[in-house]
Ligand binder design. Structure first.
Ligand code: ZN
Ligand code: ZN
Length: 353
């Protein structure tokens, strides 16, 4: 089959690789119809966590709309021809962590993530014509007829992550809130938040076209490199600070920014993926303000799936509002580079496979 293979930082190649096969009775093989690339994939793509990837073998991608083409003998819930998607991480639904709702920490799969390199199960990614789905009954999801491929790819990661973070923020209509990070998932969180609160959420980002899109989607843009966030927040809140911040930047300085703009007792609902091991953050700042840290960036996407799907079906959010590019498998290497560079207007790609 054809797949996008990682060969090194900023070096993806479309190649012929062996087709995946059923290796365990609980496996399903799916044919990819659409895939995407997540902001969290940029850590791998940009070579920031080289110990986690196997150049020449790792395929990226954990977002998918697919069709079942082969079913292991032990699978009960799926049949050939089913339209499906999966949460980005593999969960069995039965172990102690799955029963506790910590599906990303599934003890059976060993925290396996599709297309996230050797450190997370060494599974094939969705930027390929076929994908092996282990423990299918535990986490593979059937797609309703009214959910098209372009919406389905958001149900693997971005939308459940946004829903989980927004729920954790426990926002009320009168609250003054912020979103740190205006990437695709931050913009989805913004839309969910803007539907709850009366005042436009402040959206902090340093990329102009993202701030512009944030404004179109109901936010009030703030570029911390142009305007002092402390001043903007003080002016917007009468010197009090924000009641809650939803963070989707996944970078140490952005995390610190989120901490700095909260009022005493405010909620930081973190959804960003943080792979920095030793970023210095002031514990005093968090302690002294009684900040409520609710980090769900290693998102239990299987738990947020039904809520995310329901919000789409009720017409309360249209995730395709952050889709900016549509490419074929051959165009993924160039599109990945444009995504990495934050080329003007690049929010989220849909990959037709
Ligand atoms: Zn993701
Ligand atoms: Zn499990």
């Amino acid at each position: 089959m054809r797949a996008v293979v990682y060969h090194g930082p900023h070096d993806l190649r479309v190649e012929e690789v062996p087709d995946p096969a059923v290796e365990d009775p609980r496996d399903v093989i799916v044919r990819t119809k659409a895939a995407s690339m997540c902001g969290s994939d940029l850590y791998l793509y940009q070579g920031e966590v080289e110990e986690m990837v196997a150049p020449g073998r790792t395929t990226l991608g954990h977002e998918i709309s697919a069709e079942v083409v082969e079913v292991g003998s032990g699978v009960e819930g799926f049949a050939v021809g089913d339209r499906v998607t999966f949460p980005y991480s593999v969960s069995c639904g039965e172990c102690e962590m799955c029963r506790a709702g910590q599906t990303a920490h599934c003890m059976t799969s060993g925290k396996a993530i599709y297309g996230y390199g050797v450190a997370f199960g060494d599974l094939g990614g969705s930027q390929a014509e076929y994908v092996r789905v282990p423990l299918a009954d535990g986490h593979l999801r059937r797609l309703p007829d009214d959910i098209g491929d372009e919406v389905a790819i958001f149900l693997s990661c971005n939308l459940p992550a946004a829903v989980i973070a927004v729920d954790a923020a426990e926002v009320a209509p009168g609250d003054r809130i912020g979103v740190v990070g205006g990437g695709p998932t931050g913009l989805l969180a913004l839309q969910l938040l803007a539907a709850i609160v009366e005042e436009p959420p402040l959206v902090f980002d340093t990329v102009d076209y993202r701030l512009q899109r944030a404004e179109e989607l109901g936010g009030r843009p703030v570029d911390p490199e142009r305007d002092d966030p402390a001043e903007v927040v003080a002016e917007a809140t009468g010197g009090v600070g924000l009641d809650a911040v939803v963070e989707f930047a996944g970078r140490g300085p952005a995390f610190d920014l989120a901490l700095s703009v909260l009022r005493p007792g405010g909620v930081l609902a973190g959804g960003g993926v943080h792979l920095e091991q030793d970023h210095p953050t002031s514990l005093f700042a968090a302690y002294f303000n009684n900040l409520q840290l609710r980090l769900n960036g290693f998102a239990n996407a299987a738990m947020g799936f039904d809520r995310a799907l329901g919000l789409v079906q009720d017409g309360r959010i249209d995730p395709t509002t952050v889709l900016s590019h549509r490419v074929g498998l051959d165009e993924v290497p160039a599109a990945a580079e444009a995504f990495s560079r934050r080329e003007n207007g690049f929010h989220k790609m849909l990959i037709d496979v």
